[in-house]
Design a protein around this ligand. Structure first.
Ligand code: ATP
Length: 621
């Protein structure tokens, strides 16, 4: 299975950028067809107005000369035409700004939606754990609100500028066929230099994203509420400040170098452009002195020269800025085209009748790491309650994530279904399978919404079911302590309250219970609960798991006795498998862990019951 490739280290050249533009134009048009068509028309109209104005100016100056020489010219008509053209220019300009805003808004929403839809099409987690992905997603996230908007403005601006440039250059033909050619050729180096420098700026952005992400992390950590206790306790702030400052200064030094290069780099090309403009201007004046050009033509040349200069400058800026936007869109398409390693099958098989779970020689390692599950085989018949225990890092949570198909095994298969109807998890729609599973993860999501939304997670509210989930999880009992009960907003950032670890755990248990699922997975659901709440959650779990397939990962051995079967994992393998009594009798790791926990309980009970002797508390042995 090919790994998703989100980062193209070879950045697109001009042909690549044109390809990206070619793909973007229809996208832009699709986001608001009528608006974009109208805007295109307006850009065309706005584009020819400068040339028309120049011509009218020429005719007016020549007309004035004619009148001065005793001839006749309708100067009022020319003045009216000039004012009309200027007014049309103003009006199309304003209308363009307004409509462009609407079109850009639509394009922005469409682009962001595509990003989120693509995220939804990535059913696995692997892609999110790739550090290169963080860089790309940061670029995409930061650019999503502004790149589509800016590109829309740039494309329309480019269209108007190109039309303007062509029409004004056309007007210059009246002075000499070579004049527009020389003017444009003389200014092309400026355009190219500017574009190259913009390119440099973009590549710096890319190269520095990891660096800027890291340096920002130091600042974020320093200001983050969640880290505040450790930072104060361990006096971490000077370290964070030092790291942040050093890294930022380093980063700024690099960026300053790029900026200076950008500014100085354009100077020679600017001087050439200026020389060409001055040369053509001198030529026009000389020709007028010889009587080859009318005063109106000189005015036209002066106006056209400054127009062409301005427009080429604009073209260079737009092409440079536009190429940055296109680079962003290049990343965006790379992301949209990324092939997820955990893929939704083109033609998913229906879910089987029975939900027996079978792992058949499964091996799995996280991206770039050694296997953490090795050749593991396990059969969990439908309806069985299985507790998985084992030391830290044994692979228990990884096994749970594999069961939910957040990853695919690198070897072996995970099968779903009873005999004769088994399907490989890879062949069913992951969303269909997950909708049958309720799970409480160790690192559950703490959405900063209200309590109700945190339980419902986007599902329709069913009052009796919500009541049941809240009662069974212990959530109901804690609601009176929250100011607005179920409607209490969580998260200080939005003026809400903070929940304790145990309160959160009750809430996420309610979240799982609200889902009417056939498979129940609880990964350390009681780590932060007080003993009474813990007992309550296990009692509910026992009740709920009746008739359902249930997997419970826990270190609390006292609670695993009620499981039909206990599995002990060690270094990615199953080392023991049986009931509580069987495993105790076997005298293996489980029995050892059980004895250890039992001894801890009895020792602390003895210790508590003993009359405290201050000397024994202070002695070192
Ligand atoms: N996303 C990840 N990327 C890389 N390695 C990971 C990732 N998640 C877990 N691991 C590694 O996989 C191994 C198994 O982790 P896992 O979380 O499955 O263990 P566990 O048995 O659930 O441990 P615990 O009892 O501490 O929760 C560990 O060595 C861990 O460092």
């Amino acid at each position: 299975m090919p790994r998703p490739r989100l980062r193209d280290e070879t950045k697109p050249d001009t042909a690549g950028l044109l390809k990206i533009l070619w793909r973007t134009l229809p996208e832009l048009w699709r986001s608001s067809p009528l608006l974009v068509t109208l805007l295109g028309l307006m850009a065309l109209i706005g584009g020819v107005i400068p040339a028309v104005t120049l011509l009218i100016s020429k005719w007016a100056v020549d007309g004035v000369s004619e009148v001065a020489a005793g001839g006749e010219t309708n100067l009022a008509l020319l003045a009216g035409a000039w004012a009309g053209a200027a007014l049309l220019g103003q009006l199309t300009g304003v209308a363009r700004q307004v409509l462009q805003g609407y079109a850009a808004d639509n394009f922005t929403v469409q682009t962001s939606r595509r990003l989120m839809d693509k995220m939804n099409d990535l059913p696995g987690l692997e892609v999110l754990e790739d550090p290169r992905f963080h860089d790309d997603i940061q670029i995409l996230q930061m650019g999503a609100p502004r790149r589509p908007l800016n590109l829309t403005a740039t494309i329309l601006g480019l269209l108007a500028t190109a039309v303007s440039l062509l029409s004004v250059a056309g007007v210059l033909l009246t002075v000499g066929w070579w004049v527009p050619l020389v003017v444009v050729l003389g200014m092309i180096p400026l355009t190219l230099t500017q574009m190259r420098l913009y390119e440099l700026g973009w590549s710096m952005t890319i190269q520095n994203t990891q660096a800027s992400r890291e340096l920002n992390y130091f600042q974020k950590a320093a200001l983050n509420h969640g880290y505040a206790k450790e930072i104060r306790l361990y006096g971490l702030m000077p370290y964070l400040t030092h790291e942040y400052t050093e890294r930022t200064l380093d980063y700024q030094r690099t960026m300053r170098g790029v900026r200076n290069k950008q500014l100085i780099g354009v100077l020679p090309a600017q001087i050439l452009a200026l020389a060409v403009t001055a040369g053509v201007f001198a030529y026009a004046v000389w020709q007028a002195q010889l009587g080859n050009l009318t005063p109106g033509a000189v005015v036209l040349v002066i106006g056209a020269l400054s127009q062409v200069r301005g427009q080429l400058q604009e073209l260079a800026d737009s092409l440079g800025v536009g190429s940055e936007h296109l680079h962003w869109f290049g990343k965006y398409y790379e992301f949209l085209d990324a092939v997820p390693s955990v893929a939704v099958p083109a033609e998913p098989l229906p879910l089987p009748q029975r939900f027996d779970l079978t792992l058949d020689g499964v091996t799995f390692g996280y991206q770039g790491h050694a296997p953490v599950i090795e050749n593991l085989s396990l059969h969990i018949p439908q309806g069985q309650t299985v507790a998985i225990v084992g030391e830290n890092g044994a692979g228990k949570s990884t096994l749970v994530k594999l069961l939910l198909r957040f990853y695919d095994p690198s070897q072996g298969r995970i099968l779903l279904g009873g005999a004769g109807e088994q399907v490989d998890l890879r062949d069913v729609d992951p969303q269909a399978w997950r909708s049958q599973v309720a799970a409480v993860f160790q690192d559950y999501a703490r959405f900063e919404w209200d309590v109700r939304q945190n339980v419902l997670l986007g599902q329709e509210e069913d009052a009796p079911r919500l009541q049941y989930a809240a009662d069974a999880s212990g959530l109901t009992a804690m609601l009176p302590r929250l100011e607005s009960g179920m409607n209490t907003r969580i998260g200080q950032a939005y003026g809400g309250v903070d929940l304790s670890g145990g309160q959160w755990q009750k809430l996420v248990t309610a979240r799982a219970l609200y889902r009417d699922a056939r498979v129940l997975i609880l990964d350390e659901p009681t780590a932060a609960l007080d003993p009474r709440s813990e007992a309550e959650v296990f009692r509910t779990f026992a009740e709920l798991s009746r008739g359902r397939t249930a997997v419970l990962v826990t270190h609390r051995l006292g609670s695993v006795r009620m499981a039909d079967r206990i599995i002990v994992m060690n270094a990615g393998r199953i080392t023991e498998d049986g009931t509580h009594e069987e495993l105790l009798a076997a005298g293996g790791e489980y029995a050892e862990l059980w004895a250890l926990q039992a001894r801890q309980y009895s020792e602390s009970r003895d210790w508590l019951e003993r009359e405290p002797d201050p000397a024994s508390l202070l002695s070192s042995d």
